[in-house]
Design a protein around this ligand. Structure first.
Ligand code: AMP
Ligand code: MG
Length: 417
């Protein structure tokens, strides 16, 4: 399922696009591209559900006991005074229901998870009773329905258990298993080809030559992609040559559902990614009003979306989280994820002009405040290591005074640990 070839085309004359507008655009233009396949629960973890699932049964299937004790009919009890009931023969245990009926004035031994026997509706717990042979006594005040789990209180038969677009984690797998759904239609994992560009780049296994730096982005982007539940494919390092970059883009797009490239995305002499993307297919260089983040090149090759991220590792990291991440989730069939954030008190002042979104490497101090990394706009990877999230200063916001409230987006909310 290829995307329309102009899905990233922006109206002419657009200059600095606010982050929210760019995200709304991406969201509107992208749709799932992966095929759908049936899988069993043991291989479903991390997959995206491709169908709504309705519960074939109610859960619990029947009223049952929430504690160990004695099942009684609430109508057998008096509103005050000591209660005296006769314990009947037999018992109800989980997986071993009691076949008979419990008459008024009687009680029956019941264990947690056992189906409530006919004639009973409430359970008095072990800790509250005295038993002497077949006679049971306890105080008044047991509520009708006490210590009883109602049939269908988790989910009723026929109700939606999970919706299409849900990523299947441990809780979702438990829900499917609990209602006896053993096989589901899921999206095949999104294959994401990743490569770095730059004549200066060397592999971490190599010895640096003069003028070289190690390729940090590829390890980072492969890991970022993997953390989103997609299948990263390493396409290596590509020199700043138009032909090599064109070849790399073509072969990456051929074997993947999306491509992520770092470096060479702006309009400079050696910025061939944006140039080759425009030559080869639909391309929109989005001048996004975001710091760090410029430039972000979005394009398509044969209907495969290409995300050209900045070479600066911090900018690549932030652009991935803010733009590529939700886009990958959407392409993978998942619902569009909104960043998870909460307000904290800024323990720092920050210069900020209205008119662009800024993302600061930040760390929650655990007592309601947040600190920012010592150095602002730089490409220091140390700031990524130091931080455990981003402070997002919104488009319209001006300078931040120490003590003001800012929005903190923890990395954990982006699926990172
Ligand atoms: P570019 O976007 O290609 O102009 O790169 C911007 C800055 O990021 C330059 O200083 C590059 O050397 C640096 N850079 C580009 N790619 C990488 C990479 N893969 N790893 C580390 N630094 C990079
Ligand atoms: Mg470069």
């Amino acid at each position: 399922m290829a995307l329309k070839n102009d899905c990233f085309a922006l109206p002419a004359g657009v200059s600095w696009t606010p982050v929210d507008d760019a995200l709304a655009d991406l969201r509107a233009r992208l749709s799932p591209v992966t095929s759908v396949e049936a899988v069993s629960l043991d291989t479903a973890q991390g997959r995206v559900l491709a169908q709504d699932i309705r519960a074939p049964i109610s859960l619990p299937p029947a009223d049952n006991a929430a504690v160990d004790g004695y099942a009684v009919a609430h109508a057998s009890l008096t509103s005050d005074g000591e209660q005296h009931l006769m314990v009947v023969e037999g018992r109800a245990a989980a997986g071993a229901p009691f076949g008979g009926t419990v008459a008024k004035g009687q009680a029956i031994r019941i264990l947690t998870g056992a189906v409530m026997p006919n004639g009973t509706d409430s359970v008095v717990m072990d800790e509250d009773v005295e038993r002497d042979g077949a006679s049971l006594s306890f105080g008044s005040g047991l509520k009708a329905g006490a210590n009883r789990r109602k049939a269908g209180e988790d989910i009723a038969a026929g109700d939606i258990a999970l919706t299409a677009g849900t990523r299947l984690g441990p809780a979702e797998l438990a829900r499917l298993a609990s209602i006896g759904v053993a096989s589901i239609n899921t999206h095949a994992p999104l294959r994401v080809a990743i490569f770095s560009t730059g004549d200066e780049l060397a592999d971490p296994t190599e010895t640096l030559l003069p003028g070289q730096i190690y390729d940090a982005n590829r390890a980072m982007l492969l890991a970022l992609a993997k953390a989103q539940g997609v299948e990263p494919i390493d396409h290596g390092r590509i020199p700043d040559s138009p032909a090599a970059i064109a070849d790399a883009l073509t072969s990456a797009a051929r074997g993947a559902d999306a491509v992520i490239v770092s470096g060479g995305a702006s309009g400079g002499d050696e910025d061939h990614v944006s140039r080759e993307l425009s030559r080869m297919g639909a391309m929109a260089l989005w001048r996004i009003a975001m710091k760090p983040g410029r430039p972000l090149a979005l394009g398509q090759i044969d209907g495969v979306p290409v995300f050209g991220l900045p070479g600066n590792p911090v900018a690549a990291f932030v652009c991935f989280l803010i733009f590529a991440r939700p886009a990958l989730h959407r392409l993978a069939g998942a619902s569009w994820p909104e960043p998870v954030g909460y307000p904290l008190t800024a323990r720092f002042p920050a210069r900020k002009k209205p008119g662009r979104t800024e993302l600061l490497r930040a760390r929650a101090d655990g007592i309601g405040g947040v600190e920012k990394f010592r150095s602002d706009g730089s490409g220091l990877i140390g700031g990524l290591v130091w931080s455990d999230g981003l402070v997002m200063l919104e488009h319209a916001r001006g300078p931040v005074e120490e003590g003001e409230t800012v929005r903190f987006l923890p990395y954990a909310g982006f699926g990172l640990s």
